[in-house]
Design a binder for this molecule. Structure first.
Ligand code: NAG
Ligand code: NAG
Ligand code: NAG
Length: 450
């Protein structure tokens, strides 16, 4: 199988090296979209209390990941998935999209522990099978690239297949993936007429555990958009195929979805703030305004040895504010709200801060302004901090989607803006220029890129 195929593989590699890939557009689907607004759960009136508990559980799991103990690469699970094409002949795979982690891996045959079924509509699970692709090449554990590709486990050799470059990743919820690193061609469809490919390293995952096996959320793997050398955007940029830039637009209605693009963005009028050094996509927040009045103590957000700046993370669903900024922010929202707040059970033993309200929140609840370094302002609507919680009985309530991050000595509090803040905007991660930008955008439209 290998002989002739190696020549073909080489030709494909040579061809792809001469290409500069156009900005690559992927459409996104919200992984839990099928749980939202479904008549059975919510009478079509928003997020059920059970769903709210699910969202918080998801973020709780992921938040552990930012402060890993014992130096393991604890990384989170993403909430959105997209479809990628790999191998020859090309096959499609559904993968979680996550800006908070780095590695692309797929459930890989032969597999000792992989999910066999998923209840996500429209997805049939498919394992990547190296014996069925004519363009795959193994990466040996003594290869210099193994140090980069194996991501924290340099030079570990697998027993089966013998001498392959092992990888293993632990996620914040305790789930794990392990296997070996392989190289194959990822194919992009720019348009109906053009196709481009590139060789990339990714994980052939032969043993997954925990939530990665759950049929309610199982997909074919995960694609990390982080900063490390092994992430797909970094690999493509290092090959000179595309700029080290990507952007996403997360659609905010109950349908979810949106787009993510790798490559330069041509949309004008984007507001940028400098990225600050950190493990994730960190930026410097100065203050939070409510109806145009600054309400937080700016020293809350100061960058220190234990605080790398605020984190912009599409893999998280909600937002988290460090104290005392959280209490100051919530007090300002409560005093600007049209009705008094109340505490409503989240159906899982916890309580949410909510407002029973039937009016138009867009015109009655306060607007919010985030002030970042360099004079960059992000203007937020009430839908960027409230979510509709459908009642099991009685009136609908809007609940606070920003939570307090209290922290402990070993895991200090932090400020993180997840999907609730980032949605309905074009968000650009420009690693070339070390800037992060945004602009209000209709996420059902394609992202303009070159
Ligand atoms: C992308 O933008 C950078 C400037 O940030 C520019 O130097 C580069 O040539 C652009 N690349 C493409 C492919 O347009
Ligand atoms: C709020 O704080 C930001 C950042 O320090 C500042 O640029 C802005 O002028 C302040 N707004 C008001 C109304 O004081
Ligand atoms: C967003 O774009 C879609 C598709 O073009 C369009 O149907 C919709 O009306 C737009 N929404 C807004 C708020 O402009």
């Amino acid at each position: 199988m290998e002989g002739n195929m190696e020549i073909i593989a080489l030709l494909v590699i040579l061809m792809t090296l001469t290409l500069t890939i156009e900005a690559q557009q992927f459409s996104l689907v919200h992984k839990y979209a099928h749980l939202e607004g479904s008549p059975a759960n919510t009478q079509g009136q928003g997020v059920s209390p059970e769903y709210s508990a699910l969202l918080k559980a998801h973020d709780r799991r992921r938040l552990d990941a930012f402060f890993p103990l014992g130096g393991s690469a604890d990384l989170p699970i993403g909430l959105y998935y997209t479809e990628i094409t790999l191998g020859t002949p090309p096959q499609n795979y559904h993968v979680d999209v996550d800006t908070g982690s780095d590695v692309l891996w797929l459930n890989c045959a032969p597999c000792s522990n992989c999910p066999l079924t998923t209840t996500i509509p429209g997805i049939t699970l498919r394992h990547y099978d190296p014996t069925l692709s004519s363009t795959d090449t193994a990466l040996g554990c003594t290869d210099a690239n193994c140090a980069v590709a194996s991501y924290g486990n340099p030079g570990q050799c697998t027993v089966s297949p013998p001498g392959a470059c092992a990888y293993s990743i632990g996620y914040g919820d305790g789930s794990t993936t392990e296997g070996y690193i392989i190289n194959d061609i990822i194919t992009f469809h720019d348009s109906a007429t053009t196709t481009a490919g590139a060789n990339i390293y990714f994980g052939c995952g032969t043993k997954q555990t925990g939530n990665l096996l759950e049929s309610t959320s199982a997909v074919d793997g995960l694609i990390g958009f982080g900063k490390a050398a092994i992430s797909v955007p970094t690999q493509l940029a290092n090959q000179g195929l595309v700029s080290h830039v990507f952007a996403h637009c997360l659609q905010g209605d109950t349908v979810g979805g949106g787009n993510i693009v790798i490559g330069n963005i041509t949309e004008p009028g984007i507001t940028y703030t400098p990225m600050v050094p950190g493990t994730h996509y960190n930026v410097a927040l100065q203050n939070i305004g409510v109806n145009g009045v600054n309400v937080t103590d700016p020293t809350s957000f100061e960058i220190t040895a234990s605080n790398e700046g605020v984190i912009m993370d599409s893999g998280a669903t909600l937002a988290y504010l460090i104290e005392p900024a959280y209490d100051q922010f919530v007090a300002a929202i409560e005093s600007g709200a049209p009705v008094p707040s109340e505490r409503i059970s989240d159906g899982n033993g916890g309580y949410d801060l909510c407002w029973s309200y039937s009016g138009d929140i867009a015109t009655t609840f306060p607007s919010v302004q985030l002030f970042f370094d360099g004079g960059a302002v992000m203007n937020l609507a009430p839908t960027n901090y409230l979510y509709l919680q459908a009642p099991t009985s009685g009136a609908s309530a809007y609940c606070m989607g920003w939570k307090a991050s209290t922290g402990t000595v070993s895991a200090p509090g932090y400020t993180l803006f997840g999907d609730i803040v980032l949605k309905d905007q074009l968000v650009v991660y420009d690693n070339t220029n070390q800037i992060l930008g945004w602009k209000p955008f209709n996420c059902s439209q394609p992202i303009p890129g070159v």
